[in-house]
Design a protein around this ligand. Structure first.
Ligand code: ATP
Length: 397
């Protein structure tokens, strides 16, 4: 069986043809225990051919362990990992047709860039006439053709990263697994590499599975994101789905900034719920499931979907508050409002907007379009503005 999987990588000089969109990696009831500690509770999902798939979550949520089970560096305690439809749960890493790029890309310092990239095909004893065109193709894709005779020490961090990618892609793996590959780069380079990585992935058409704790990175690059928390996959969806229609309070608070306002359902009608917020006002909100009267719920309002006005808007689509702070942030100004019960919410305004009334202490109204209020089950740990500060989460661990 394994030979069949490997054969895909070795059959000729061009990437194997497959149906786009079919499932390359399937996790079935995958659980990982380390002694009495459960790192991954039960992962059940498929990763499609040619997609950029991110596993996102705070440190310790089990994303690296999941990636290692796909790579073969860890074995599931229960469940199965299928690669190209074949159960590889007990197959060692080198016999799986996947490649992993780690944070430390460990290029061979004494070899040229071209030889670094050729290392994989050579060790598989591929003929020179077969692998040379592949090496040239990969160097072209990562835009390093002019650097093929250099040594790794003569390249920048971002260029070395691209060599590591070319080396990992040259055997046309079924999937490339990337474990926080940009974490070692400084911010500017990291942002440039996010765009570059996405371009490379599109060009080679190979499935990328990317582990990150950085939500911005996941939103920028991914076709789909699996958001994980405490060993559980909370939601899998496109960046838009995850951002605008989060499946849980955790996802709502983890992705981007969200104003989460707890309340109780008073009635449901026409696909929306009428919610009495704990801070007083009654608002309308819709979500994937309409709750029953009396249920505790939360209304999520994304800051950028709120507008500041002097007067209230239509029924159930505005909140009155006092301006606490206006902070200029370049392309926008961040406005913090305090509601009647002390809950603080956040919105952004364009610094060029003519809003002379917008100063600390002013009474204003935050208003929104009816479809901007999203309903979630339960109450949040913290009412009001929730901003995920990844560095803060990391520091707390
Ligand atoms: P990070 O971003 O910090 O790498 P993560 O989400 O990738 O976090 P994992 O590395 O998957 O997290 O670890 C999940 C949990 O399993 C953590 O609590 C970790 O301490 C634990 N863990 C991981 N590997 C082992 C191991 N070999 N033995 C015991 N516990 C482990």
């Amino acid at each position: 069986m394994d030979d069949g999987v490997l054969a895909t990588a070795e059959a000729g000089a061009s990437a194997p043809a497959h149906e786009p969109g079919d499932t390359v990696i399937q996790l079935q009831g995958v659980r990982k225990e380390f002694g009495s500690f459960v790192a991954v509770k039960s992962a059940d999902f498929g990763i499609r051919r040619g997609e950029f798939f991110a596993m996102l979550g705070p440190s310790g949520c089990g994303k690296t362990t999941t990636l290692k089970m796909i790579a073969g560096f860890e074995q599931p305690t229960h469940g199965r990992v299928l690669l190209e439809g074949v159960d590889v749960s007990r197959t060692p890493p080198h016999k799986r047709n996947v490649n992993t790029v780690f944070q430390q890309y460990a290029l061979f310092p004494h070899m040229t860039i071209a030889d670094n990239v050729a290392f994989g095909p050579r060790s598989k004893r591929m003929a020179k006439r077969d692998y040379l065109p592949r090496v040239a193709e990969m160097l072209e894709i990562v835009r390093l053709s002019d650097f093929s005779d250099r040594k790794p020490s003569q390249l920048s961090g971002g260029q070395q990263q691209r060599v590591a990618l070319a080396r990992a892609l040259v055997n046309y793996p079924s999937a490339l697994l990337l474990d926080e590959p940009l974490a070692a780069l400084d911010l500017k380079l990291r942002e440039a590499m996010q765009i570059e990585l996405k371009r490379i992935q599109r060009e080679v058409g190979i499935t990328f599975v990317f582990v990150t704790h950085d939500q911005g990175e996941a939103l920028t690059m991914s076709d789909r994101i699996a958001v994980m928390s405490e060993g559980v996959v909370e939601q899998i969806g496109t960046p838009e789905e995850i951002y605008h229609r989060p499946a849980s309070m955790f996802v709502a608070g983890f992705i981007g900034s969200a104003n989460l306002l707890p309340g109780t359902v008073e009635a449901s009608d026409g696909g929306a719920a009428v919610v009495r917020l704990n801070c007083g006002p009654v608002v309308r909100a819709a979500g994937p499931r309409l709750p029953a009267t009396g249920d505790p719920v939360s209304v999520m309002l994304r800051p950028e979907r709120l507008t500041i006005a002097m007067a209230p808007a239509g029924e159930g689509t505005s909140l009155r508050g006092t301006v606490r702070d206006v902070i200029f942030q370049g392309s926008s100004a961040r406005v913090e409002l305090v509601l009647a019960d002390g809950t603080s919410i956040v919105t952004y305004v364009d610094p060029d907007d003519d809003l002379p009334f917008l100063m600390p202490g002013a009474e204003v109204h935050a208003t929104w379009r009816p479809d901007a209020a999203y309903l979630l089950a339960g109450w949040p740990g913290q009412a009001g503005s929730n901003v995920t500060d990844v560095d803060q989460i990391e520091a707390a661990l």
